[in-house]
Design a binder for this molecule. Structure first.
Ligand SMILES: NC(=O)c1ccc[n+]([C@@H]2O[C@H](COP(=O)([O-])OP(=O)(O)OC[C@H]3O[C@@H](n4cnc5c(N)ncnc54)[C@H](O)[C@@H]3O)[C@@H](O)[C@H]2O)c1
Ligand SMILES: N[C@@H](CCO)C(=O)O
Ligand code: NA
Length: 437
């Protein structure tokens, strides 16, 4: 056991947006952190790519190094904070840190989602902690609640708005009627979206977070390769207006569900896509670049976790929370809860996901067309909940909202519709989530 009073040594890898705020908080909060951990928390090294780069924080003399591997393998480091991002060298550095006896705090969703099990096994073998609250929904405490507070309950569904950039864009489209391209441009001008917005807009960032959430919620290994993903680039101003007419709003959702199978086994469904949700749903009130995670569990019922999902300082708050936890554990020579994957549930293919659908179909406006469209839905076992028709000269748009069906049933229906003479185009298909059947 580290003696009371003996400093705990911390190394920070990366001094960008998050790393600089971690370094700032470690210095500014030093007295409180020492009281909370029970020993002083001493920053002993900060690994950077370039010593002479401009930084948002003043790093004390002599702590900067470009030799990250040398820092993590010194042998006397208690906690390594990895805020470099990306797969390599972050993974090798975390593995080396664990091998050399350090506990690790990371904000790296991409790495945790792609190769979490390798890291969890290394932490287990080393008898050290690996925590990553900042990796999902930034400052919002969601991973610790799933791992610890809800450990005695059964989580059945997690619905998350876990990407601030796309939420900002969709919110703009909803409030101003703007199209996707204009809303993206505004998000870029305001610094929410990156010059290359692919990871956010195409849903890769949200899919990584969905994998991490599903793993913890369902005690099963889920990686980003298991997650069905669709981004928001195809969401049109018309889709958003259509949602508005139904008193819904379009959000990019990370959806993790437990599904009972016909054989009684429980399997997991994990998907990221734009969806309409009723304006009365708590997630509909999540505006601008905020994040929120809505959790449904058997005993607790419905819970919502809300706050800033990104930004250097908010994300550093989550990193510091983990840091205090693992530092306390190091001081007391214990480990906190590690990976829980005992349930080992199957991950269902997207075709077996069940939800409701909003389908807009451009058709010829003549007798019998509505009946043939309804027949196409019926033939694939998709039950229709409502139909709305908007007439134009000799054509019309039918907007069908279905009851719950599988994605495979819906895809077959759409293919059928597209082959019909009276159907000009299936102009939009959007899933509808978060409401009563
Ligand atoms: N910025 C956010 O709002 C946010 C929110 C949640 C999670 N995260 C995660 O936090 C991590 C860091 O994100 P960020 O926004 O601070 O990124 P950033 O690009 O601002 O900072 C990363 C820093 O790491 C440095 N770096 C790269 N390779 C290095 C190496 N080999 N050795 C030392 N330093 C190296 C870079 O020079 C850069 O300064 C990522 O995993 C990211 O996904 C960020
Ligand atoms: N790019 C991410 C940052 C946090 O992971 C977002 O827009 O939410
Ligand atoms: Na978080």
């Amino acid at each position: 056991m580290t003696e009371s009073g003996k400093p705990l040594k911390v190394a920070v890898l990366g001094c960008g947006s998050v790393g600089s705020q971690v370094v700032r908080l470690l210095q500014e909060q030093a007295t409180d952190l020492a009281a909370r951990v029970g020993s002083p928390v001493e920053l002993v090294g900060v690994a950077v790519r370039r010593l002479d780069a401009a930084r948002e924080v003043e790093v004390p003399e002599g702590l900067l190094t470009t030799d990250a591997e040398g820092l993590v393998s010194r042998g006397d480091i208690d906690v390594v904070v990895e805020v470099i991002g990306g797969i390599e060298p972050a993974r090798s550095l975390i593995l080396s840190a664990l091998e050399h006896g350090a506990s690790v705090v990371s904000a790296n969703k991409a790495l945790l989602a792609e190769d979490g099990p390798t890291l969890f096994e290394a932490a287990e073998k080393a008898g050290r902690d690996l925590y990553y609250e900042a990796a999902v929904a930034g400052a919002i405490p969601i991973l610790r609640p799933l791992r610890e507070s809800l450990a005695g309950d059964k989580v059945t569904r997690v619905l998350g708005i876990v990407n601030g950039t796309t939420n900002f864009i969709l919110d703009k489209m909803d409030t101003s009627g703007a199209g996707f391209a204009d809303a993206l441009e505004e998000a870029q001008a305001l610094g929410y979206a990156e010059a290359d917005p692919t990871a956010d807009v195409e849903g890769f960032d949200a899919a990584a977070k969905a994998a991490i959430l599903a793993s913890l919620a369902f005690h099963t290994r889920v990686t980003d390769a298991d997650v069905y993903r669709e981004g928001i680039a195809e969401v049109s101003a018309t889709d958003v207006a259509s949602a508005r007419e139904m008193n819904c709003v379009v959000k990019l959702l990370a959806i993790c569900e437990l599904r009972e199978q016909p054989d009684g086994e429980e399997a997991v469904s994990v998907r990221v896509h734009p969806a309409m949700i009723p304006r009365s749903h708590p997630l509909a009130s999540v505006r601008e670049a905020y994040n929120a995670v809505f959790v449904e569990s058997e005993a607790a019922g419905q819970l919502m976790f809300y706050g800033p999902g990104a930004g250097g300082s908010p994300t550093a708050s989550a990193v510091l929370g983990d840091l205090v936890t693992v530092a306390r554990n190091r001081r007391n020579d214990v480990r906190g809860p590690g990976e829980s994957s005992y349930a080992d549930r199957a991950v269902l293919p997207m075709g077996e996901a069940r939800t409701r659908y909003h389908v807009a179909i451009d058709v010829d406006d003549r007798a019998g067309v509505l009946a043939t469209v309804a027949t196409a839905f019926a033939e694939h076992g998709v039950s229709i909940r409502t139909v709305r028709q908007e007439g134009r000269d000799d054509d019309a748009q039918l907007v069908v909202v279905s009851h719950e069906a599988t994605d495979a049933q819906l895809s077959a229906t759409v293919a059928h519709l597209q082959g019909m003479d009276s159907v000009r185009e299936v102009s939009s298909v959007m899933r509808v989530e978060g409401g009563a059947e």
